[in-house]
Design a protein around this ligand. Structure first.
Ligand SMILES: Nc1nc2c(c(=O)[nH]1)N[C@H]1C(S)=C(S)[C@@H](COP(=O)(O)O)O[C@H]1N2
Ligand SMILES: [Mo]
Length: 368
């Protein structure tokens, strides 16, 4: 094993594997990407609509910090509020709470398919489709807290900042900050937020790439000026043909998620011949799922059955009955949301490999 600090990159990579994520992420349930852990789709089979906290993917830019709720404070300040203001954990818990079911999905989910399906390598964590999950979140609308802090009508952008190493922070426009379903969340699936998912308080920004949902929140700057940092000008920005730059950003800062679907199967899957009930999930950052179709080996698109619940900005579970014949097969699923947005045959290339939304071919071998 390389000595720490021997070669900069190596030391960093070695460090990224150790102790970044606190919860157990066994290899039968997660793919280990070093600092990030991807949920295996086959592990979601039979889990119900919500992803249990212990199975939820983790995306960290720094190790999960251990934060004491009693000494924790959220500071709201900047020229967009009347004056600086502090909230403690008890203050937030005492405010009227809202509970919502929403998806979190990493902007890079599906990134490996830019290379594997489209022959266009891109840097970054090579997620398959498991950097997504749906949970029930409880918290206080961010708007309420901003109102208490004396939000000015001239406020324009917010900078929510994490307490992790490097103080991860990404600017958020005021319109999205004021949405009814933008929360300061402190519970996930009925439990206090787990440390890896932002304890004690994280932002939940509905329908947007999960990079907006800052974990371990410690401070929110409210500004009358547009705010920029690396995370909305260089990273988490769509850069490529067809994405006109919005200077000073190198491209278009990521906002809403798009439409995707996945099978609850291992990659590749091995199935016995005969009647198979295939299951999967489909989701959209713009609304609810209207329809899912499945095609086997370039055969016709056939409707899959959707089950309830089918909540907007969460996902729909679906199933499809298949008579599996021995041999190698390619399964495809394609979703349409209630805004009429569907999955294309090829995703629109962008330099950092975000928002891969094309129909994915899932390899399956059927054998005795
Ligand atoms: N403070 C902080 N917040 C953060 C991050 C981070 O590294 N630090 N990662 C972001 C990214 S890129 C994603 S995809 C989601 C992941 O949330 P999860 O680990 O709870 O699934 O958190 C977001 N919030
Ligand atoms: Mo992410």
């Amino acid at each position: 094993m390389a000595e720490r600090g021997e070669a900069g990159g190596l030391a960093d990579e070695a460090r990224a594997g150790e102790g970044w994520v606190l919860k157990p992420t066994p290899p039968d349930r997660f793919v280990d990407h070093g600092c990030d852990r991807e949920t295996r789709w086959e592990a979601l089979a039979g889990t119900g609509y919500l992803v249990p906290n212990d199975l939820f993917y983790v995306r960290n830019h720094a190790p999960t910090p251990r934060i004491d709720a009693d000494s924790w404070r959220l500071r709201v300040e900047g020229d967009g509020v009347a004056g600086p203001c502090e909230f403690d954990y008890a203050n937030l818990l005492a405010m009227p709470a809202v509970t919502l079911v929403r998806m979190l999905e990493c902007a890079g989910n599906g990134r490996r398919f830019y290379r594997d399906a489209e022959g266009q390598p891109v840097p970054g964590t090579p997620w398959s489709l498991g950097a997504a999950g749906v949970a029930e979140w409880t918290g206080v609308p961010l708007r309420r807290v901003l109102e208490v802090a004396g939000l000015k009508p001239t406020a324009r952008d917010l900078l929510p900042e994490g307490l992790d190493e490097g103080r991860f922070a990404r600017p958020l426009p005021i319109e999205k900050a004021l949405a009814d379903d933008t929360l300061l969340a402190y519970r996930m699936n009925g439990e206090p937020l787990p440390p890896d998912h932002g304890f004690p308080v994280r932002l939940l920004v509905s329908g947007w790439a999960a990079v907006a949902s800052i974990k371990w929140l410690g401070r929110i700057e409210v500004s009358e000026q547009p705010l920029r940092n690396r995370w909305n000008t260089e990273d988490y920005v769509l850069i490529g043909p067809g994405y006109a730059p919005e200077p000073p950003a190198d491209g278009q800062p990521l906002t809403a998620l798009n439409v995707k679907s996945a099978f609850e199967l291992p990659w590749p899957a091995i199935l016995p011949p005969g009647a198979q009930r295939l299951r999967g999930r489909a989701w959209s950052g713009h609304g609810a799922i209207l329809q899912v179709e499945v095609s086997i080996d370039d055969g016709p698109w056939q409707p899959a059955g959707l089950s309830e619940p089918n909540l907007p900005m969460a996902w729909a579970c679906w199933e499809f009955d298949w008579q599996a014949a021995p041999g190698d097969h390619r399964l495809r699923a394609r979703a349409v949301d209630d805004q009429g947005i569907t999955q294309p045959d090829a995703a629109r290339f962008n330099a950092k490999g975000y928002l891969y939304d094309a129909v994915v071919e899932h390899p399956v071998r059927v054998e005795e």
